[in-house]
Design a protein around this ligand. Structure first.
Ligand SMILES: [Zn+2]
Length: 385
């Protein structure tokens, strides 16, 4: 018996933000927008506020909390919760990339559950304490990468431990995700590339996970096809709304597919962000080509070889095959302006051993297409250096 879940409502395309405003009208009296200072400065918080307030006398009041850090900390959640309570709010909007999404999800948790936050740590079975109904949460992503808008977990750095801690519960999943292409049109090319590569990595690693999940597999393969076609266009011409929209869909598809699991690339990428604050998508980009060269050098099972061949076929159809999956991916990333080579990103060669230990301790590689060792991790870091 298998259970498959695809429950998020998506509003997609031009007019999606207006549709959200209509949806909220009369259902919420006071909405808290959780975002960061950059998005306020870019005018996106004002765009969302104006859309909500264009709904006449039933329009909700709007408050803005812009104190989210790039790697959100417990204090961000506490301040956001205070803004929610002080305003007498009854709904939340997460506006931004993965960080405001994560913060808003955990604020949502604490609006209906007592502190301290640490007791809800998923690694300690804290999800069982999440039992109360929570206020509505609407997600408006402004990047196309993490797919956090369709996910049910939030990651916050706890004060007591200084560690990234996962909070996970179906009730943390946004009620509606709004994919309005124009909201991502202002992303600079290097962020467009890095976030898009994160979505690509989600699709690719999820597809390769050896588990029975034909729905996730279909979504992952189509996600890869969309990204090969549209990421180069969105990178070169940020204002191309068709490609921006396709990348929004592909990011949501990647995160939908990776409920199957991820693989060694994410395990290799996580320590770079933890140690050197490397952008998560860029970290994936730096390690994926050599991780795949490593995988291609191994004796793989027939089903695994068939999966590699299927992905290469998509590269071939896109006119992007370079004779092997690793080399095709390397050429794809290079064309997106990614400076490959860990040495170019302030990673000291003397740290590689420590990184390999961290990567091996990371849980993502548990679902890698073949089991990998700490020595394998080190070999990939060396090759990627
Ligand atoms: Zn990722």
């Amino acid at each position: 018996m298998q259970q498959f879940n695809y429950p998020t409502t998506l509003f997609y395309g031009e007019g999606a933000l207006k549709a959200l405003a209509e949806r909220i009208r009369g259902r919420a009296e006071h909405v808290l927008i959780v975002t960061d200072a950059t998005l306020v400065k870019a005018g996106l918080a004002a765009t969302v506020t104006a859309a909500l307030q264009s709904q006449g006398k039933d329009a909700p009041r709007v408050s803005i909390f812009d104190g989210t850090h790039p790697n959100p900390v417990e204090e961000d959640v506490e301040k956001g919760l205070k803004a929610y309570q002080d305003g007498g709010c009854d709904a939340l909007i997460a506006l931004g990339g993965g960080s405001p999404m994560d913060t808003a999800k955990v604020i949502r948790l604490l609006t209906a559950h007592p502190g301290p936050l640490a007791q809800y740590d998923d690694a300690k079975g804290g999800d069982k304490l999440i039992v109360n109904p929570m206020p509505p949460l609407y997600a408006i992503p402004t990047t196309s990468g993490t797919g956090s808008e369709v996910g049910r977990s939030g990651v916050i750095i706890l004060r007591a431990t200084g560690k990234k801690t996962i909070f996970f519960h179906p009730g943390l999943m946004p009620d509606v995700a709004v994919l309005e292409p124009a909201l991502t049109a202002g992303l600079p090319p290097h962020i467009t590339a890095a976030t898009g590569i994160d979505a690509f990595t989600h699709c690719l690693e999820a597809y390769l996970v050896d588990a029975f999940h034909p729905m996730a597999d279909g979504i992952a393969l189509e996600g890869i096809r969309l990204i090969l076609k549209h990421l180069p266009i969105a990178y070169a011409r940020g204002g191309d709304l068709e490609s921006r929209g396709a990348m929004q869909i592909a990011a949501a598809m990647g995160a939908t597919a990776f409920q199957k699991g991820l693989g060694m690339v994410h395990s290799l990428a996580h320590p770079l962000s933890a140690r050197y604050n490397t952008h998560h998508g860029l970290a994936n980009a730096l390690l994926l080509p050599d991780a795949f060269a490593f995988l291609e050098s191994k004796e793989l099972s027939a089903p695994a070889r068939a999966k590699f061949a299927r992905v290469r076929e998509i590269f071939r159809e896109a006119g992007m095959d370079r004779g092997g999956l690793a080399e095709s991916i390397r050429a794809f990333f290079t064309a997106l302006g990614v400076p490959l080579g860990l040495r170019q990103h302030k990673v000291p060669e003397t740290d590689l051993d420590m990184l390999a230990r961290d990567a091996f301790e990371d849980t993502c590689h548990a679902s890698n297409i073949i089991p990998v060792t700490r020595e394998d991790m080190l070999a990939v870091y060396r090759a990627a250096f």
